[in-house]
Design a protein around this ligand. Sequence first.
Ligand code: CA
Length: 225
Amino acid sequence: MRILIVEDEEHLASAVAQGLRAEGFTVDISSDGTDGLWRARELSYDLILLDLLLPGSNGFQICATLRAEENWVPILMLTAKDGEFDEAEALDTGADDFLSKPFSFVVLLARIRALLRRGRRERPAVLSAGDLTLDPAEHRCRRGDVAIALTPREFSLLECLMRFAGEAVSKRDLLMHVWGDDFEGDPNIVEVYAGYLRRKIDQAFGRAALETVRGIGYRIDASGG
Ligand code: CA
């Protein structure tokens, strides 16, 4: 397994590289964004450890560029600042996971192994099901050329369904991803919001993309309904 580390802090990069080599990985180090992007494009890696703040292109730009080019190499983003905004943005730009510095090598290794097991997973920057599109980074939803205004909760619910377009997503998973693990209200809230969504993305256009899967949950028709 070959890993690329794009990190401008030399000590950190070489310590991580040394640890990974001891675990049997082949490791390349790149200390700036421009070279890192070049390597990621030209050479074949099984995973990229990508620092957020870099000379040259930053981690977000590199990640978004690779995903726009349909390069789905697993990316673990290293964020120096510990903030929710960064984490959300890291995932929006197409990173598979993130870890805030400082981190322990054991945790890093566990995350790397988990990503490698999962393999390449398409995380398109813009999700689509037929003419229904959702851009998480820009927070935009459209049906063809028509913009649809969604509340944050509606947006999050639709995003969750569109990441698995064509597959049924259980109500429990939707509750967990959209309302959080600690939600203690009425689980029927999912149905209420599915109703709101249906009005906005389907009924307003005479379509039926959001399907109820009896006894399970919901599915977005991959063709857009
Ligand atoms: Ca840095």
